[in-house]
Design a binder for this molecule. Structure first.
Ligand code: ADP
Ligand code: MG
Length: 257
């Protein structure tokens, strides 16, 4: 599943990390692929990503096997991370002349079958460039986090057009399966209005669980943790656990398992 939205700061990384943590604590085996050169997901998952560490960059550009860069997340038994380093910023350009430039992540994931994963969550950079296209080409599902603020829906048309292009040309299986409302501030009417607008637009694609704005959520990454482990009883942790439960239930309903 690809977590995408070309706007920055809408909660992509936070959502990737916390859903991954919540799913893994339910016994699901989860891999997070960090596709953002900033490496914020790697940081939050305590996975080394300083320059020089083999990362998704070498997988995409030098054909390094994914298995050689995937690391277990400390103290999280079912959770793994493929880290991003700053080199990945260059991949956006270096991939351009390469054969199969849009499907290099897909190839790497297909060749990677060593650990019987239940979920792969891909954290995208804030752009619709080749890295995000690689993520979309590799996934069956897209999760779009939407921040409950002004201009929340801005850019969504363009995102949907890109999803459609990838579906037609690269990946027929792709669909926007999940929308998650993030940074919801229950004290403002604006947040409620945005939530209502998104629900009327996207219907059941929108998860019932809504992630509240919470300081604990924003603090957790500086302790290299998800909010689920940092403060399990906090409103943010409970909301992400509920979102993960909903997703797992939907997944089960789809596959009949
Ligand atoms: P993106 O990956 O889309 O750029 P992030 O997940 O990094 O967005 O979130 C942007 C900022 O907002 C970060 O500083 C993060 O800690 C903070 N943040 C995300 N979700 C919440 C939330 N529910 N409550 C408070 N702060 C949040
Ligand atoms: Mg991010």
């Amino acid at each position: 599943m690809t977590v995408a939205n070309q706007k920055g700061g809408v909660g992509k990384t936070t959502t990737t990390v916390n859903l991954a943590a919540a799913l893994s604590m339910h016994g699901q085996r989860v891999l997070v692929v960090d596709l953002d050169p900033q490496g914020n997901a790697s940081t939050a998952l305590a996975t080394e990503h300083r320059s020089g560490v083999p990362s998704v960059y070498q997988v995409l550009v030098d054909d390094l096997p994914l298995a050689s860069i995937v690391k277990p997340v400390p103290e999280m038994p079912n959770l793994y991370c493929a880290p991003a380093t700053l080199d990945l910023a260059g991949a956006e350009i270096e991939l351009v002349p390469m054969v199969g430039r849009e499907t290099r992540l897909k190839r790497a994931l297909n060749a990677f079958n060593s650990m019987e994963l239940d979920y792969i969550l891909i954290d995208c950079p804030p752009s619709l460039g080749l890295l995000t296209v690689n993520a979309m080409a590799a996934a069956q599902e897209i999760l779009i986090p939407i921040q409950c603020e002004y201009y929340a829906l801005e850019g969504l048309t363009q995102l949907m057009q890109n999803v459609e292009l990838v579906r037609v040309h690269l990946n027929q299986e792709l669909n926007v399966s999940t929308i998650l409302l993030t940074m919801y501030d229950g004290r403002t009417r604006l947040a409620a209005q945005v939530a209502e607008e998104v629900r009327s637009h996207f219907g059941d694609t929108v998860l019932k669980a809504v992630i509240p704005r919470s300081v604990r959520v924003s603090e957790a990454p500086s302790y290299s943790q998800s909010v689920i482990t940092y403060d399990p009883g906090s409103s943010g942790a409970l909301a992400y656990k509920e979102a993960a439960r909903e997703m797992a239930y939907r997944g089960a309903a789809v596959t009949g398992a």
